[in-house]
Write a protein that binds this ligand. Structure first.
Ligand SMILES: Cc1ncc(COP(=O)(O)O)c(C=O)c1O
Length: 399
């Protein structure tokens, strides 16, 4: 068995087939728009990346220059960059065991920093935040609330509300390995009508055709790489494609402007969303196998109790000798070195270009050194999840 956390793990042969036909199919722009408008109750605008949608949501607020945006203390660099590109500063909120900032952490930050004007919740790995309390704090302090659904399109909050139906703005990412995956793409949903007229001022460019070709080929390339990995040929192809810049990468720092989302991505996202419920059921089943079978020392109780409401995009475990465990699993054909997240503003290798200062979020620093994610995507079955659990339990006994 060869199992990956990323590298096109959301794709199967059906996806490849759709990838081919969607080059020629009619544009599903209107269908996708009306589906999302109904689901999230707002005006939908598409972008080439989710980060562009976050940036636009923040830009149209026209906040004073020294404003701060509160973001999760464990997040992706592109969220941090979206805030600074919009002209604001990041207020990182430290996280709890559930990988999210708590209402209390937001409340405390507001006492220290009265320039916080907006808040982004991300429901890390699909695990729901306490949205009602966070919303109340936002309302009481006139803060704009943005729900970033990159991990959590399908998460249900504790009170039963669907993630993305509470805040002023909802942001979707359709990028590779996300809960909706059309290789790249994003959407901004303006839910609060008072911001509707501001959107006309933001202009978008077309992306170069080379990006489109690279993204259309990505599912095919990664399918080949994954299937030939056991022969080492896969590794060589992977390296060659990366060196030659033919493989789309999730954190492409060259993507700096706002862009239209071409037809192919829209069609792929539409098809993905139509089938999302099946995916979520599968992910939940796989997560349950991990939570039922893994040694308790390696999982977090606070997360386990929320799995039922989560999208379960990845299953988090926490291990002291993380690198050793990664190597051990690689011997068994399980490749999970791609970690969400390996530093408060991830990935660690780009830490120096983020605005995060060491010591700001001590819990996030500690947890990001321990966390590993187990796969729950469609290319892992129940037996494989059970085998992974057994392998990890065996490894624990050797430590
Ligand atoms: C929490 C979170 N939000 C938003 C994004 C933005 O996604 P995109 O790659 O579509 O810009 C990411 C990307 O990694 C993310 O991890």
């Amino acid at each position: 068995m060869r199992i990956f956390n990323s590298l096109g793990s959301n794709y199967n042969s059906y996806y490849l087939l759709r990838g081919f036909f969607n080059v020629f199919n009619e544009n599903k722009n209107n269908k996708l728009k009306s589906l999302l408008e109904k689901k999230y109750n707002g005006k939908v605008i598409f972008y080439y990346k989710g980060r562009e949608a976050i940036e636009v949501a923040l830009r149209i607020l026209s906040l004073p220059k020294n404003s701060y945006v509160a973001i999760n203390g464990l997040t992706c660099l592109v969220v941090d960059k979206a805030v600074t590109n919009a002209g604001y500063k990041c207020q990182y909120l430290d996280i709890g065991e559930d990988l999210n900032f708590s209402p209390n952490s937001l409340h405390k930050a507001l006492i220290i920093n009265s320039n916080i004007k907006a808040v982004i919740v991300q429901n890390t790995l699909g695990i729901p935040v306490d949205i009602q309390k966070i919303k109340k704090i936002c309302d009481d302090n006139q803060l704009v609330l943005i729900e970033d659904l990159a991990h959590c399109a399908g998460t249900v909050y504790g009170d039963g509300g669907l993630a993305g139906t509470i805040g002023d703005f909802t942001v979707l990412s359709f990028s590779q390995d996300k809960i909706i995956d059309s290789v790249s793409g994003g959407a901004l949903i303006i839910r609060n009508k008072k911001y509707l007229d501001k959107i006309a001022k933001t202009k978008k460019k077309n992306i170069p055709i080379t990006w489109i070709i690279r993204d259309i080929l990505y599912p095919k390339f990664t399918f080949i790489i994954r299937n030939l990995y056991y022969l080492n040929i896969g590794k060589v192809i992977h390296r060659l494609l990366r060196i030659s810049n033919l493989l789309s990468i999730p954190i492409d720092l060259n993507v700096n402007n706002l862009h239209n989302l071409p037809k192919w991505y829209i069609n792929m996202a539409y098809d993905y969303i139509i089938n999302l419920d099946f995916d979520l059921i599968h992910r939940k089943k796989i997560s349950k196998i991990y939570s039922d079978n893994l040694n308790n020392n390696i999982i977090a109780k606070d997360i386990i109790t929320k799995l039922n409401k989560s999208t379960n995009i990845r299953f988090p475990i926490f291990a002291k000798n993380r690198n050793k465990l990664v190597k051990y699993l690689e011997h068994g054909g399980i490749y999970i070195s791609d970690i969400w997240y390996d530093s408060p503003v991830a990935p660690l290798k780009f830490q120096s270009i983020s605005n995060y200062k060491k010591g700001t979020c001590s819990n996030a620093e500690k947890l990001s050194e321990l966390i590993l994610n187990l796969p729950t995507h469609k290319n892992i079955n129940e037996n494989e999840a059970l085998n992974i659990s057994k392998l990890i339990n065996k490894w624990i006994t050797t430590q």
